[in-house]
Design a protein around this ligand. Structure first.
Ligand SMILES: [Zn+2]
Length: 314
């Protein structure tokens, strides 16, 4: 894997479910910043307090944990579409959201949108679009896996209905069937690269060949399921190998994510360009990432292509 030392951003990854090994490998592969959208936990929450603690960890412990491996961590805050269907709980979560959207490192309202396209999902999607509008925050949209095309178009139309500018909306989980609709309407068009099939990356290469790099964004959406936190660097590497220009790779795997979520005013390139060495002696609420007498790493955790390249199995 050779990404020609590009700095990379993964703008959709659920690090809460990943290990410190992942953080180390991601940093070595060139990832300098990530965005962690708020979503469900694999099983439904039963209390509003679970949401509160989860949001707190996204702006607290997880942000600290990433910093210990040289990665800048940002998040989006929202009520995910699956759990919008528990209306009694959803009402309470809506009251929590304004307490978190203004926190440091929050770059949008997300991931929100439709799952089964129920009435309750529609209601809370619209309410959260209003929250995004009030706070002038970008919106990160999760599009449904069933009825993908109609769900994607509906997500965009509803956001327009609420007066949100397309350049404030990142539409996620696109594919060959939806890319044109999203680009034609002026929205940011994000793609999740699922592992398991090398086709995941190959298809992305074809999309960039066909549509170019404008408003196209690559992410991994890695979580606790079968997923790959190195999807962005692997795709960047494959694009270069297939003759896509360095500039197009830089835009789809770095700059576009920064431009889109940078509209929050919470994410700046200077956040990771200024020398910011890792110090694993640091603690967060008395807790560090070290266990059982490990030696803290102090200093630069930057990309190490040589060592990293040889460890990669594609
Ligand atoms: Zn997600």
């Amino acid at each position: 894997m050779d990404t020609q030392n590009l700095m990379l951003i993964d703008p959709h990854i659920h690090m809460t479910s990943r290990t410190t090994d992942d953080y180390e490998r991601m940093r070595k592969a060139g990832i300098v910043a990530i965005i962690e959208p708020a979503f469900w936990l694999g099983q439904p929450r039963t209390e509003v307090g679970s949401f509160k603690d989860y949001y707190s960890s996204l702006v607290g412990w997880e942000r600290f944990r990433a910093s210990q491996f040289g990665i800048k961590h940002y998040c989006t805050i929202g009520l995910n579409s699956k759990e919008a269907n528990n209306e009694a709980l959803a009402e309470q979560v809506m009251e929590l959201l304004p307490l978190f959207v203004y926190k440091e490192g929050v770059v949008g309202v997300g991931e929100i949108g439709y799952d089964d396209q129920t009435q309750a999902e529609d209601k809370y999607y619209r309410l959260q679009l209003e929250l995004a509008k009030e706070t002038n925050m970008p919106v990160q949209i999760h599009t449904p896996h069933r009825d993908k095309k109609s769900g994607t178009i509906r997500s965009m139309e509803v956001s327009l209905e609420h007066g949100i500018a397309p350049d404030m909306v990142i539409v996620d989980h696109n594919n060959e069937e939806t890319v044109k609709d999203v680009l034609d309407r002026g929205f940011w068009c994000a793609f999740t690269i699922y592992p398991n099939s090398k086709m995941g990356n190959e298809r992305m290469v074809e999309i960039v060949k066909q549509y170019g790099s404008e408003r196209i964004i690559v992410n991994s959406a890695a979580d606790w399921g079968i997923s790959d936190p190195l999807s962005v660097p692997k795709t960047a590497s494959l694009m270069l190998e297939r003759g896509i220009s360095l500039e197009d790779v830089r835009k789809t795997c770095y700059q576009n994510a920064l431009d889109a979520f940078g509209k929050s005013g919470q994410m700046h390139e200077s956040d990771w360009l200024t020398p910011n060495n890792v110090d694993q002696r640091e603690k967060f609420s008395d807790n560090s990432v070290l266990r059982g007498g490990q030696t803290p790493k102090v200093g630069d955790m930057g990309a190490d292509e040589g060592e990293f390249g040889s460890n990669i199995v594609r």
